[in-house]
Write a protein that binds this ligand. Structure first.
Ligand SMILES: *Cc1c(COP(=O)(O)O)cnc(C)c1O
Length: 385
């Protein structure tokens, strides 16, 4: 039996392919340094685990949660937005819980796109934006991110014809895979554009707490008009080292929050409540853990930047996220270079073309292993260069 057209065209998720290759190498006893994976290596902070441990014994938590999330969890999200960004959210109508932000990012496409509707997606970009668009029967239209524009899309370059057929737009800052950040000015322009063409803006802020050199990423929702046109996706995954727990949220536009809640109530049954209590502990508990995490990545980034300059690699040091986006040396495609490095240096880099057409000619490094391993990886690469 054949799956539908969209499924037939959908390649396996990028990391599923890379993980297979790593597993094969490790089976042969090869020490592979994986700079490919966007998954924090640090454990979830202890006070969060402790809350979870207690909550699992409480029988009401064994039942179906609500798919919108405990009001208490949504209040914790609203409180965090208030403290962190000065943004006031109504937890009842402007916040919905998600089983990790990936879930919501994918499902909002199903809730908003009619067959053939255009979704404006960044390229290079998180593969879920285009993948879910296609699964939902929509058409991704690529907004190229170039280094000369600091990896921000140029909205003026989107033809009016395309903009008129567009229903949604994804943006993501601090950015995966480029490490770029966006300021409020850019969000202003996005709002103007979205208003002019009646487009739902989806800002993916998974890396909002991961910035360097004292930079603090703004929230899209800091602009009063943002809520008229858009939503923001947040995740506890990267901020609190909780990727495995599957907890995030979407906040902003009331209609979109209602639509997502209704969509989800037909598709899933929400987040295990014990995890929601752990999420509350993360958002309301001591935030020093976030500063500590930031310092760890800062140290790794600084160490990596120093060696990468010696290697004369071409890159812009990232201001946010835990990624570095680097030009492939002349004479290789992204895939060829990453294959060569894996084979000869036993280091996993992610080929840029995995993030879209405009990612070709780049590779991505994730700073999710400790500094000594990062240095070792560069030593190996240097040795074969
Ligand atoms: C990691 C990541 C997410 C977060 O995913 P979760 O499902 O919340 O774990 C979202 N967007 C981007 C761009 C990411 O890299």
């Amino acid at each position: 039996m054949m799956p539908n057209q969209a499924m037939q065209e959908l390649p396996p998720y990028l990391f599923a392919r890379i993980e297979k290759r790593i597993a094969a190498a490790r089976e042969q006893g090869i020490d592979v340094i994986n700079l490919g994976i966007g998954d924090p290596d640090q454990p979830t902070p202890r006070h969060i685990i402790d809350v979870m441990a207690k909550a699992i014994y409480d029988p009401p938590n064994h039942q179906y949660p609500s798919s919108a999330g405990l009001l208490r969890y949504r209040e914790a999200v609203a409180g965090w937005y208030q403290r962190r960004f000065g943004v006031e959210l109504d937890p009842k109508t402007e916040v919905v819980s998600l089983l990790g932000s990936k879930e919501g990012i994918a499902h909002i496409c199903f809730a908003y796109l009619n067959p053939g509707d255009i979704n404006l997606v960044p390229d290079p970009g998180y593969p879920v934006y285009a993948g879910a668009t296609q699964l939902a029967g929509g058409k991704p239209y690529v907004m190229p991110l170039h280094d000369k524009n600091h990896y921000l899309p140029v909205l003026e370059d989107i033809p009016a014809e395309i903009a008129k057929q567009s229903k949604m737009m994804f943006i993501n800052y601090p950015n995966n895979p480029t490490g770029a950040v966006a300021d409020i000015e850019f969000y202003h322009k996005v709002i103007e554009f979205a208003k002019a063409y009646d487009i739902l803006v989806c800002h993916d802020a998974a890396y909002s707490e991961l910035a360097y050199d004292g930079y603090q990423a703004p929230s899209f929702l800091q602009l009063p008009q943002a809520r008229e046109v858009g939503v923001e996706f947040h995740s506890l995954s990267k901020t609190y080292n909780m990727t495995g727990w599957r907890i995030g949220c979407m906040a902003g536009n009331r209609d979109a929050v209602e639509v997502m809640g209704r969509f989800k109530s037909n598709v899933d049954s929400g987040i295990f409540q014990a995890i929601q209590y752990a999420g509350i502990a993360a958002l309301e508990g001591p935030q020093e853990v976030v500063g500590a995490m930031r310092r760890i990545y800062q140290e790794r980034r600084d160490a990596a930047v120093a060696v990468m300059k010696q290697l004369q690699w071409e890159f812009i040091p990232p201001r946010g996220s835990f990624y570095m986006w680097v030009k492939v040396p002349d004479g290789y495609t992204s895939a060829e270079y990453c294959e060569m490095i894996l084979e000869k240096a036993r280091v996993v880099l992610t080929p840029g073309n995995g993030y879209g057409h405009y990612g070709e000619g780049y590779f991505r490094i994730a700073l999710t292993v400790d500094t000594s391993r990062i240095i070792e990886a560069f030593k190996r690469i240097k040795a074969i260069s």
